[in-house]
Design a binder for this molecule. Sequence first.
Ligand code: NAD
Ligand code: LMR
Length: 330
Amino acid sequence: MFSSSFKEPLRVVVSGAAGQISYSGLLSKLLNGDCFGRDTPIELRLLEIPPAVRACEGVVKELHDCAFPLLKDIKITTEADEAFDGVDYAFLVGAFPRKKGMERSDLLQRNKDIFVKQGKSLNRFGKETTKVVVVGNPANTNALICSEYAHSLPKKNFSCMSRLDHNRTISQVAKHTGATHVKNCCIFGNHSPTMVPVVEPATLETKEGLTVAADCLLTSVSKEMITDTVRQRGSEIIAFRGLSSALSAAKAAVDHVKDWASGTQPGEFVSMGVCSDGSYGVPEGLFSSYPVVCKGGEWSIVHGLGLSEAQKEAIEISAKELLKEAEMVL
Ligand code: NAD
Ligand code: LMR
């Protein structure tokens, strides 16, 4: 099935593989080559809990039925140690999702144990090069917990997903300006309603093919509307679907890891939740969303973006929330 032009296979763990995000595109996009390229076979390790194993077996049957040429091997396991043995990339999606009326902080204690256990397992069975993205909420603090317990792996190997918030911001800017392409918006802070979407550095292409600064076309009212929409979008989706976002979350997880693994476009930055180096006033060690560029499999924070006093204060509020979450769980 594999031609000699294929690269070495990557071992990829997806936890929560029977859940909505995995089913609504994460697994199929991975096996379609959307994340690691059409020349990279994948050995999938699907980590689930015992009650979901049967459903996961059904998902595996469907993945076989898709006849993806990149699917080299697939295993379901309920043992984190087995899943993480020699893992190259881990998508940590498995967690209890937010339901109607719940805030992300309600999930803290509930999901903490999962990330302690998986961190310990990654510590023993992960590699120096293993890259981890935490999607399961509260994603920032789960990433912090996981990285703390996986102390033998470098902190820079851990990240959490704010790409969905980033993509939502891009889409809202396009909607408010009629642009065909928008780049260089970014998100600071927690993946929660305190997050800080920043649109001032963005550039866009108009229908006429002109490249302009987004700030020229956005009023302060439209900027406020964009911020409110992005901050509340997760709740809005839950109110409409009765379930949290899945299709857009799957797409965002693939965007996140694709850019991390193969690099961001020249002149473009994206948003990733990463371990703070103290930049933009977020205490060192917390996992906060930042504008980043990626090259050679490494991310680096974009420094020196001009922010208003109001934006700096908003980032401080979000950082305080992250600190409070960290104090609650560690
Ligand atoms: P879901 O309930 O459909 O699926 C979760 C899956 O995780 C289930 O199959 C469950 O059996 C499994 N699971 C639970 N505990 C596990 C464990 N210890 N190990 C392995 N698997 C385990 O939920 P979903 O809609 O797929 O969402 C998953 C998570 O992603 C939720 O926490 C949700 O809030 C979060 N989420 C984050 C973002 C983001 O932008 N960061 C966006 C959307 C959803
Ligand atoms: C989202 O942003 O859609 C997810 O984090 C789900 C949620 O709980 O808001």
